[in-house]
Design a protein around this ligand. Structure first.
Ligand code: ATP
Length: 366
């Protein structure tokens, strides 16, 4: 394994005909980092990964590995010479080979001896909890087991960079949880720089030490999972990570007023208009509070995701313990859960980047 595996994307752009799929993306991923590229379908997550892997050539900008340009409009290092392990949704296994042969496959061209191959394969299979499956045919494996075989190819070749494209997309809920542990272990034991593409915020938050949120081929925000949740740069990030919604409010005498009702606030909010970020976990139904009308309800197992419309037409999402029929009038309060709630942000102290609405109050002002 190399001693440095930094990935730098410098103003990377990719066009498909008239479609500007990736639009001036820049970021640096440090050695051994575990990054999630998170965003809705079509935001260009996969295209970014393919640009890193070398399956696409940039229209403009450059991909650098360890300070060396590997992809630009003028020059391309082919995928097989980038020392990257790539795992796509479709596992690309050889159906008629057994598990050990599939895992050893990338090694064979490099020619280490049989004993060395067996040892590395054994270690890789152990990392993905498939010890004992060496002689099994991949035809007879479950989706999750196949996925792990594909993953085991990464540590076996000692690649410095592992690129994963929606690796959990085909797995059921239980297997996903199990696979999260496998990824965490793979990261710990290989020390590789891992990039993981997903549209699932909970996967991104659970696994990655850094999450890059993309929309329309543009980076919306990049940060630690906690940062994205607590300090979303804009409405897209607030909504995508943690289902937050913005509503307008007034600030009066240091208090934030939502539909004529002061909501809990500490500190020094000032100005007259504000924008408040409300997340389902900040809201509770009460007898007296902000009036609203139920517009939709959806059962989610533990509770009901309930969309409420405020008097001014704006909507918020609340988690209710019972099914509330559309049309029903209710009241809710905003619980000042903690500083982490990211309830109201603003201000002068921490000017947020991006497209926060112009008038706003700071989270610090709660
Ligand atoms: P999903 O989660 O649905 O896979 P994504 O975020 O990975 O989406 P991409 O697959 O990267 O998105 O696609 C981004 C945009 O680029 C889309 O508009 C897509 O149609 C377009 N695109 C991707 N590959 C090609 C291609 N080979 N030719 C033309 N357009 C493409």
């Amino acid at each position: 394994m190399g001693y440095m595996t930094t990935i730098v994307l410098d103003n990377l752009t990719k066009r498909f005909g008239d479609n500007l799929a990736v639009n001036g993306v820049s970021f640096t991923l440090g050695t051994g980092s575990f990054t999630a590229l998170l965003g809705p379908s079509g935001c260009s997550k996969t295209t970014l990964l393919r640009l890193m892997a070398g399956f696409e050539q940039p229209s403009a900008g450059t991909v650098h590995f360890n300070g060396r340009p590997v992809g630009s409009p003028d020059a391309m290092v082919p995928p097989e010479r980038r020392s990257t392990g790539v795992v796509f949704q479709s596992y690309a296994l050889w159906p008629h080979m057994d598990v050990a042969a599939n895992v050893a496959y990338p090694l064979q061209a490099r020619g280490p001896g049989r004993a060395a191959i067996d040892k590395r394969v054994g270690k890789a299979l152990e990392m993905v909890s498939l010890t004992g499956f060496e002689q099994r045919s991949v035809d007879g494996l479950s989706g999750g087991q196949r996925q792990r075989v594909a993953l085991a190819r990464c540590p076996v070749t000692g690649t410095d960079i592992i690129l994963l494209d929606e690796p959990l997309a085909n797995l059921d809920v239980h297997l996903r949880a199990e696979m999260l542990d496998v990824f965490a272990r793979l990261h710990e034991e290989t020390g590789a720089t891992i990039v993981f593409v997903t549209h699932d915020q909970s996967e991104a938050l659970a696994l990655a030490d850094r999450v890059i949120v993309l929309d329309h081929g543009v980076v919306q925000q990049s940060g630690r999972p906690e940062q994205l949740y607590n300090e979303p740069a804009n409405a897209m990030v607030a909504g995508f990570v943690g289902r937050g919604m913005f509503v307008s409010a007034l600030v009066s005498e240091g208090r934030v007023v939502l539909a004529d009702l002061p909501v809990p606030a500490r500190g020094h909010a000032h100005g007259t208009k504000a924008t408040v970020l409300l997340r389902p976990e900040n809201l509770a139904l009460t007898d007296v509070g902000v009036p609203a009308v139920v517009v939709a309800t959806r059962y989610s197992g533990a509770s009901y995701d309930t969309t409420l419309r405020l008097a001014n037409g704006e909507t918020v999402l609340l988690t209710a313990q019972e099914r509330l029929e559309p049309g029903r009038p209710v009241h809710f309060t905003v619980e000042d859960a903690s500083d982490r709630a990211g309830l109201i942000r603003a201000g002068a102290a921490h000017p947020p980047e991006g497209d926060w609405p112009a008038d706003r109050v700071a989270p610090a002002a709660l």
